[in-house]
Ligand binder design. Structure first.
Ligand code: F6P
Length: 536
């Protein structure tokens, strides 16, 4: 049975259907002020959504009566809220060990502090050349081998902070497609390349295959000593040792750090190598400041919580099936991928905490692209298709690259804001033509009334990036609380692996059976193509 405010919010939706967003600014002259929130160098404007005063009050009441603040605190206290894996969810501890976290002076905290010191020391030695390759060379390149949360976070943050790089060049290998690792290592010198094998489980097929290929490549050039150029980041030291990694080169983290939440800890080593320990600390500090805000700010001023209520409104109540992520910053080119795993692996669920099937939509599909490039790929769809897609814009007021003509960046800002206006007002709107008693050319007509939000930030520094990531993490987690689902497991990823394993076992012995006729015929067509020689 839904919370009574859920029912009221569904009624708000019926009322809203007849209303255009821009009319809300006439009803409330202070709408911009009343529908935006600010924390220091971050500004969140949600005034261009189809949410009116009554709706936002009902959404906030829904949060209040759903006990959200207690659920948030139980997470920070380390309670085992990941019920299907019987684990705590404590990635926040990875960025709070210096602040007044709920875990200060606890055993957990002491372990995190000592691990952080060890990995920071390692990072400094690589960057200053005190820890050298087995050949005595200084490391000039680092290759991270990992996939999912063991790649996406580090890759996204390393790219986003490219202006802060002053260490070895960082490369990422993830796909089992051999061209992925080939593309990277064929231009590298094994004498000067450090490999970081990143895998929480240290069992992921792609990472195991790629790691074996990398070890074979290095040791074929440098001999067995080559293994000294490999470090492992994982939650199972035994598995890394069995794999052949030297004990002193293994950096552990705990089972209660979910893969998609792991960038803040040892999985973030490639970032630390690229930008240094001090800037990585700034990144952690940004996340920690948002933790404090999330835990302590009242519902009406709580930005991640408001983001979650808007997400709930758009997906569960308005039934908008996807969310477009539109960062107007090239350095955030991997943000969409990061949010795809964060939201769709956390909340792509249809069973509640009691194990019952749920009938309402949870997370929307997440997609998007950097602006202004997105204006040349799918903005036609956003403006003139029949589907309404809530748009999430991000925009920096300043660019980190100061050396270029200011008009570059001002055009980026202008384009971003213009799109939010166009999505709301439309173009050649019917009212415009009605006043002029003209016929509307529907080929050129844009209905508008498309909701959007915008997250403004001062500049993409390590601290502000940390704030943005923590905001998105807490939005996802709060949405999961509202949907009463477990956002911290990912059983859905196992089915593909299981069938792939069965295929692998049969495929080799050529005893493939118990598969659909489509699969069996596909396999035989593949074999024909493998034999096919177009030069015959
Ligand atoms: O995609 C499934 C998943 O388990 C993710 O949750 C995880 O980030 C990724 O695979 C990689 O797992 P591991 O870090 O254990 O290699």
């Amino acid at each position: 049975m839904h919370n009574p405010y859920w029912k009221l919010i569904e009624k708000n939706r019926i009322d809203f259907k007849k209303r255009r967003i821009e009319t809300l600014f006439e009803i409330d002259k202070n709408r911009f002020k009343n529908f935006s929130l600010k924390i220091e160098d971050l500004y969140f404007d949600f005034s261009k959504t189809n949410i009116d005063e009554d709706t936002i009050q009902n959404l906030r009441k829904l949060a209040e009566t759903s006990n959200i603040m207690n659920k948030i605190n139980s997470m920070f206290r380390g309670e085992k809220i990941n019920i299907t894996e019987n684990r705590a969810v404590l990635h926040t501890a990875l960025r709070n060990f210096n602040n007044n976290s709920l875990l200060k002076n606890s055993k957990v905290n002491k372990t995190l502090v000592s691990r952080y010191k060890v990995i920071s020391k390692f990072c400094n030695k690589i960057r200053n050349g005190k820890k050298k390759s087995c050949t005595g060379d200084k490391f000039t390149d680092v290759v991270n081998i990992g996939i999912g949360g063991s790649e996406i976070g580090p890759k996204f943050v390393t790219r986003a902070l490219s202006e802060y790089h002053n260490g070895p060049k960082i490369h990422f290998v993830s796909n089992i497609d051999p061209s992925d690792i080939d593309y990277i290592i064929k231009n590298l010198n094994p004498n000067k390349t450090l490999f970081v094998l990143s895998s929480k489980s240290f069992t992921t097929t792609e990472t195991i295959y790629n790691s074996k290929t990398a070890i074979k490549w290095v040791c074929s050039k440098l001999g067995s000593d080559g293994i000294k150029n490999f470090v492992a980041v994982c939650s199972s030291k035994e598995r890394a040792l069995d794999f052949g990694i030297l004990s002193e080169n293994i950096y552990e983290f705990d089972e209660w750090v979910g893969g998609r939440f792991s960038v803040w800890g040892p999985i973030g080593l490639p970032i630390m190598l690229a930008i240094g320990v001090d800037q990585f600390k700034e990144f952690l500090e940004g996340g920690s400041q948002i933790d404090y805000h999330f835990k302590n700010e009242e519902i009406s001023k709580n930005i991640p919580l408001t983001l979650a209520l808007i997400g709930f409104w758009h997906s569960t109540i308005c039934k908008y099936s996807s969310r477009a992520i539109l960062p107007y910053e090239s350095k955030l080119e991997y943000l969409t991928t990061y949010l795809q795993q964060l939201d769709m692996e956390s909340n792509g669920k249809s069973v509640n905490l009691s194990g019952e099937k749920i009938g309402y939509p949870t997370t929307p599909a997440i997609w998007g692209q950097i602006g202004t490039n997105n204006q040349h790929t799918f903005f036609q769809f956003l403006h003139q298709s029949n589907q309404i897609i809530p748009c999430e814009f991000l925009l920096g007021a300043n660019c980190v690259e100061k050396k270029y003509d200011k008009n570059h960046h001002s055009q980026l800002i202008i384009n971003c804001i213009a799109q939010t206006e166009a999505l709301m007002l439309g173009l050649n709107s019917k009212t415009h033509h009605k006043e002029k008693n003209e016929n509307v050319d529907l080929h050129k007509y844009c209905e508008g009334n498309r909701p959007s939000t915008i997250l403004l930030y001062r500049e993409l520094t390590p601290k502000i990036l940390g704030k943005l990531l923590a905001l998105f993490e807490h939005r996802t987690i709060t949405e999961g609380f509202l949907w009463n689902i477990n956002s911290f497991d990912q059983w859905g990823v196992e089915i593909g692996k299981t069938i792939a394993k069965r295929l692998t076992e049969n495929y080799k012995e050529d005893k493939v059976r118990n598969f659909s006729s489509s699969t069996l015929n596909l396999l035989s067509e593949i074999n024909k193509l493998k034999e096919f020689k177009d030069y015959e």
